[in-house]
Design a protein around this ligand. Structure first.
Ligand SMILES: [Zn+2]
Length: 401
């Protein structure tokens, strides 16, 4: 989830007049690219669609041609998306006092979709499940909690979420919680910070390792990132983050962080939000926000954001390419942030149906089909498998003593 702002600077009025009707559809997908793409297990680690399920009654089976959402079962099929980690994001401002209840409601909304469409999707909790779904030509639906505030400082709740099927947790969203500093408010002196992770925060990371829940460092403050890397016994992911060398956003990862994730064996999943991919776009979005519910935010943002010229498809590939060069091709993947960025993606990336264009662009830049398949999902599956295996080892150790 990327909450932008409801008050936009006057520069946007100017930007509006500059917005061209011209939209580049991105690369044309060749038969070769299509074949490579279709032979891969494509994994996306971040989509905010559960808010649409819960707040708008959206059904993933929708075939409404006017629907502007990034995900539907048809779009997923056209893009050969094999596994989606649906984001369980609880707005910390509008859900004060009942984070857990809203977390459970969002989890339920994902299960309800899977129950409605058993022929085309299934709940998945492991690498083996993802592979089983792939063989059955179904979408593997997984869940990741976006923001450690969902556990309400309670390790029991963390374990309950694991048992319900949650397989990653972003240590913080844009809000600093009581045990992890966030990049979203690290400059706000009114917020009580902890210099990274508290002792309890480190225990959360270790318990996630033991359970087999992937530690996600997207959104966290830089010091929280380094504390998480120093604490974890398993590889980590950035479920939806891009490169700070290319766009100076605190949510993006520095080259030192990219190298640290590589050393840790983890993977950085590139976010498709234009504000994280294109510096000019990012500069146009500097403004102050205020609290409104998701639908209002989305409606207002869409009106404004539609007036800012979208960057070209190329910027998305530039981030994948940069991370592949700095961290290595084994440490980059896809974390779209679909349905969480108010439609603000590069030109040519309008829904999951456009994912094969990434394969085409990577081929055009000289990537081998094996490396492309790693980026499309192989790297994430490797990390997930390692997290599962570390969990088994840690549980075996605790049983034998
Ligand atoms: Zn997010």
């Amino acid at each position: 989830m990327t909450r932008i702002n409801t008050c936009i600077l006057s520069s946007l009025f100017l930007a509006a007049t500059l917005a061209a009707a011209h939209s580049d559809p991105g690369p044309t997908v060749s038969a070769r690219a299509r074949a490579i793409h279709d032979s891969a297990i494509v994994v996306d680690t971040h989509a905010d669609t559960p808010q649409r399920f819960l707040d708008q009654g959206f059904d993933l089976g929708s075939t409404d041609p006017t629907d502007i959402g990034h995900l539907s079962l048809d779009k997923i099929h056209r893009g050969n998306l094999g596994a989606e980690f649906f984001s369980i994001w609880v707005d910390p401002e509008t859900n004060q006092g009942h984070f857990a209840q809203h977390t459970f409601d969002l989890i339920d909304s994902v299960y309800e979709q899977a129950a409605r469409h058993p022929d085309r999707m299934m709940m998945a909790f492991s690498v083996a499940d993802i592979e089983r779904a792939h063989r059955g030509h179904k979408l593997a639906a997984l869940m990741g909690i976006e923001g450690g505030h969902s556990i309400e400082n309670d390790m029991h709740l963390l374990r309950d979420y694991y048992r319900l099927g949650v397989r990653y947790m972003t240590l913080s969203w844009s809000n600093t919680n009581e045990w992890a500093d966030s990049s979203g408010d690290i400059g706000d002196a009114k917020v009580q910070h902890h210099n990274g992770l508290t002792d309890f925060g480190k225990q959360v990371v270790l318990e996630m390792n033991r359970l087999g829940m992937i530690v996600d460092i997207s959104h966290v403050a830089d010091k929280t990132f380094w504390d998480a890397i120093a604490t974890t016994k398993a590889p980590v992911i950035a479920s939806h983050s891009s490169a700070r060398t290319l766009v100076d956003a605190p949510r993006n990862m520095t080259d030192d962080m990219l190298r640290a994730v590589a050393k840790n064996g983890g993977v950085v999943q590139v976010n498709f939000f234009s504000g994280f991919l294109d510096q000019k776009y990012s500069d146009s979005l500097k403004a102050q926000g205020k609290s409104v519910n998701y639908i209002e935010v989305d409606r207002i943002e869409r009106e404004w954001m539609a007036k800012i010229p979208r960057p070209s498809f190329k910027v998305l590939i530039d981030h994948i390419d940069h991370i592949a060069k700095v961290a290595g091709v084994d440490h980059v993947g896809l974390g779209s942030d679909f349905d969480g960025v108010s439609g603000a993606t590069p030109q040519g990336m309008d829904s999951a149906a456009d994912l094969p264009k990434i394969t085409q662009s990577l081929l055009d830049r000289g990537y081998s089909s094996d490396d492309i398949k790693k980026i499309l999902g192989g790297n994430l599956l490797r990390v997930f498998q390692q997290v599962e295996s570390v969990s088994r080892e840690l549980q075996a150790q605790s049983q034998s003593h």
